[in-house]
Ligand binder design. Structure first.
Ligand SMILES: [Zn+2]
Ligand SMILES: [Zn+2]
Ligand SMILES: [Zn+2]
Ligand SMILES: [Zn+2]
Length: 498
C-alpha cells in the first residue's frame, strides 16, 4: 500500500531535536530537481466540514447501505470490504446510526477511518506509523478546534457506541490525537470536482519540516501519489524543508496559518526579516516621506509599525489591521470586475508597497481576467491590453524571483504567461505592419529563452497532474516557436541575399 522508493533511505536521514522534533537532512549532495520520495497516502480524507464518498471521494450526504456508518455516494456499490464488515459487526442501534450520520458530525468519518486502520492486521503497521507523527495535543487542548472535534467526532462516536466496540477501545485523547495528526501532517490534494480539495496523509513526506523558503517542492498526481523533489542544489548535511503555506501571503498571514493549523512559530530567514528579503510584501507607504521611498515595516522586537527613514513616523496596529481587513473585503467584492480591481489597485498604491501581498493578489486577479480577454480573439484586444498583462506578469515575477529563487511552479507559470503574451503581441504588431520581421524575430528569440526557462522548471512535475500536462503543451509550443524562428531567419536571409 504505502510504497516507499529506495531514494528516500539513500538520500535522506531522519534526525530529531527539541526545536524541530523529527526532521530530515540530506545524506549526500543533491542536484536541483532530484526526486527524494514517491509515496502513496496512508489515508485520503475530506477537508474538515466536508463529507465524501469512501470510494470515489465525491461530495455526498449518503451512506453505505450495508454498514450505514461510512459515507458512500449513490453511484458507488461498496467501499473497503474489511472496514464494511467490521462496522456491520458493531450492530449499532437505529438511534446510534442517526447520531453517527448526523449532518453536522462530519469529523466522525475521518476519526473512524483512522481508527479502523488499527482493527486489521494488514493496516496496523500504517496505524502505528501514523501515531508516531506529531499531534500537538498539548497546544490544542481547549482550543476552538478541540471543542469542534469533541462535539462532532468524539461525542457522536462515543454515544454511537463505536469506541467501546473497537479492539482496544479509544478515549477522547486518542480521537483528538488522530484528528490532530491529520491537521498537522496532512497534505492538501485535489478533489474530483474542479477547484475542490481533500487531505492525504503520507508517512515520509510529513517528516520534512516547514520553511517559507523551502528547498523542496511537492507534487501530488491523479493517483494521489506524492512526489517530493529538490528545488535547488542541496549540500550533504543540509536540512530539507518543505513549505506548508502559500508563499504569496505576507509574513503575518503565513505565520498565523502555521500557528493555528500546525501549532508552531516559523523562524525561517523570510519570517525574521521585516522587509521579507527586501520584497516589502507586508510594507506600508509612509505618507510623510512617500516621495523619498519611506516604507513602514513592523519591527520584530517591538511589534511597532515604523518608517524605515524616520522612526518617529509610525502606524497604529489597529489602523494596520483595519485597513487590511477593509482592503481584503474590497478585493473580494471586486472579484471579476477588472475596472473595480484597477481602481482599487490605484487607490491602494498610495497606502501599500507595490509588492504588498494584497497588491500582488489584485495584480494576479487582473492578469487572469486579461488572459480571458486575450484568449477571446473576437474581442480583437488592442495593444494596451497586451502591454498591461505583460507589465503585471513582470511585476509578479520580480517578487517570485526573490521568494522562490529555485525551481518553482508559480514562477514557471508566471513566466509562461509572460512569454505567451509577449509572443502574441509581437505577432499582432507584425501582422499590422507596426513592426518589421527583424523586430519580430528579436522578440520571438527572447520569448524562446523565457519559454525554455519556464519549461525547465515544470519538467519535474509528474505527468498525471495539471502542471505535468501543461509541461507537455509547453514542449509542443516551444517546438512550434523554434520552427517559426527558423522560418523567419531564413526569410530575412533570403531578402538580404537578393
Ligand atoms: Zn462514490
Ligand atoms: Zn459499508
Ligand atoms: Zn517562515
Ligand atoms: Zn516616514
Amino acid at each position: 500500500m504505502a510504497a516507499v522508493t529506495d531514494d528516500f533511505t539513500k538520500k535522506c536521514e531522519i534526525k530529531q531535536n527539541d526545536t524541530l522534533g523529527k526532521f530530515v537532512v540530506a545524506r549526500c549532495n543533491l542536484r536541483a530537481g532530484e526526486t527524494l520520495l514517491l509515496e502513496q497516502p496512508i489515508v485520503v480524507l475530506p477537508q474538515m466540514g466536508d463529507r465524501r464518498c469512501s470510494k470515489c471521494f465525491r461530495l455526498t450526504e449518503s451512506f453505505c447501505r450495508k454498514c450505514r456508518l461510512l459515507a458512500l455516494c449513490e453511484d458507488c456499490e461498496d467501499h473497503d470490504a474489511r472496514n464494511c464488515q467490521k462496522l456491520i459487526e458493531m450492530r449499532p442501534s437505529e438511534a446510534q446510526v442517526a447520531v453517527l450520520q448526523g449532518k453536522e458530525h462530519t469529523e466522525v468519518q475521518a476519526a473512524l477511518k483512522c481508527l479502523l486502520l488499527r482493527e486489521h492486521q494488514e493496516t496496523q503497521p500504517l496505524y502505528e506509523e501514523m501515531t508516531q507523527m506529531e499531534t500537538q495535543l498539548g497546544a490544542r487542548k481547549g482550543t476552538e478546534i478541540w471543542k469542534n472535534y469533541n462535539e462532532h467526532a468524539f461525542v457522536p462516536l462515543e454515544t454511537g457506541g463505536v469506541l467501546a466496540k473497537l479492539k482496544s477501545g479509544a478515549d477522547e485523547d486518542l480521537v483528538q490525537g488522530l484528528l490532530g495528526i491529520l491537521d498537522v501532517n496532512a497534505f492538501e490534494i485535489r478533489a474530483p470536482e474542479p477547484g475542490g480539495s481533500m487531505r492525504g496523509l503520507y508517512r515520509r513526506a510529513a517528516l520534512f519540516p516547514h520553511s517559507c523558503m523551502p528547498n523542496l517542492q511537492t507534487a501530488i498526481d491523479d493517483d494521489r501519489r506524492i512526489k517530493v523533489f529538490t528545488n535547488r542544489f542541496i549540500a550533504a548535511g543540509e536540512i530539507l524543508y518543505n513549505c506548508y503555506t502559500n508563499i504569496l501571503l505576507g509574513s503575518e498571514e503565513r505565520r498565523q496559518i502555521l500557528k493555528e493549523g500546525k501549532c508552531f512559530d516559523c523562524s525561517c530567514p523570510r519570517c525574521q526579516d521585516p522587509t521579507e528579503l527586501g520584497t516589502h510584501m507586508s510594507s506600508f507607504i509612509c505618507s510623510q516621506c512617500s516621495c523619498s521611498g519611506g516604507y513602514i515595516i513592523r519591527q520584530p522586537e517591538t511589534g511597532i509599525w515604523q518608517c524605515l527613514l524616520n522612526p518617529e513616523h509610525t502606524l497604529k496596529p489597529e489602523f494596520v489591521s483595519n485597513m487590511l481587513e477593509r482592503a481584503k473585503e474590497e478585493i473580494f467584492h471586486a472579484r471579476d470586475d477588472i475596472y473595480r480591481l484597477e481602481l482599487l489597485l490605484a487607490k491602494l498604491t498610495r497606502l501599500l508597497h507595490q509588492n504588498h501581498f494584497l497588491m500582488l493578489d489584485i495584480k494576479q486577479n487582473i492578469a487572469s481576467i486579461l488572459r480571458q480577454i486575450l484568449q477571446n480573439i473576437s474581442h480583437r484586444p488592442n495593444k494596451k491590453v497586451y502591454e498591461r498583462k505583460i507589465r503585471l506578469c513582470q511585476e509578479i515575477l520580480l517578487v517570485l524571483k526573490v521568494i522562490a529563487p529555485g525551481i518553482s511552479r508559480l514562477k514557471s507559470i508566471a513566466l509562461y504567461e509572460l512569454a505567451n503574451t509577449q509572443a502574441e503581441l509581437a505577432r499582432k504588431l507584425f501582422s499590422e505592419q507596426e513592426q518589421s520581421s527583424r523586430d519580430l524575430l528579436a522578440e520571438l528569440e527572447q520569448v524562446e529563452i523565457m519559454l525554455r526557462e519556464s519549461l525547465r522548471m515544470l519538467l519535474f512535475e509528474p505527468l498525471a497532474t495539471p502542471e505535468g500536462q501543461l509541461s507537455r503543451t509547453m514542449l509542443r509550443e516551444l517546438k512550434e516557436l523554434q520552427d517559426d524562428i527558423k522560418n523567419l531567419q531564413e526569410s530575412i536571409e533570403d531578402v538580404v541575399h537578393q
